[in-house]
Design a protein around this ligand. Sequence first.
Ligand code: OAD
Length: 244
Amino acid sequence: MRQLQAARRLIDSASRPVSFSGAGLSAESGIATFRGHDDDALWNQYDPTQLASQQGFSENPELVIEWYKARRRTLHAASPNAAHKTLSQQNNWIHITQNVDNLLESAGADPNDVLHLHGSLLRDHCNANCGFTEIISLADPPDLRQCPKCHAALRPSVIWFGEPLDDEVFNLAVSHVMACDLLLVIGTSAQVYPAAGLIELADQHDASVVLINTESVKLDSERYAFVQGKASEVVPLLFNSEPS
Ligand code: OAD
């Protein structure tokens, strides 16, 4: 309770707030996390090298595309939860997310205020980088198909292991974090860099850091306000109703 109140005070007094989210933000919308303790966590079930790497795609592109089709259909059936809704209602917030879903935008966040560090399930691009991109249907996701421009394979526009982040998106995220006075970190294991480095960057620039997670996280939580709980329960409490 003390942590919740401390976190509320930090949020109330922030003038340049930024959220930084991971899979835990969307977990209660039915989107699996990657490294959770539950059996549904994707990297407990699947080999990332097979399904989320250039090597896996060149070895078995059909398998990779089938897996993304299933994830895209799951996202199509998902709705924003109370955490997405609360965040999207805040004015002057920038949302940096590792999530490849569109649930913050579906909840009403301005797409210009949401930075997707790890790409998006809603788009394909040419695997040979000829420049072709296309918005796809989540309801009826595409099979493995060729780029209409250069005939290489098309692939989901998500960052795979071993690939760099989009420079423009990452640099923008860095500049927002360097300028923020509060970083609200929601539902990330903070294990994947360079994204996770944004938390340390905020701290180095004297921003307050508030962490929300169902599990205690391996970070300097003595210095950060840490609220343990589900995003959909904790986020509305931080913004809306007075805790009793
Ligand atoms: P992880 O699956 O690594 O971590 C999810 C975190 O959310 C864990 O720390 C959980 O304890 C926490 N969590 C689970 N349910 C929660 C809930 N309801 N409320 C609050 N917290 C909850 O996911 P990320 O940190 O996002 O990369 O993973 C980072 C990247 O690794 C992903 O973007 C993905 C993956 O490989 C790419 O796709 C490039």
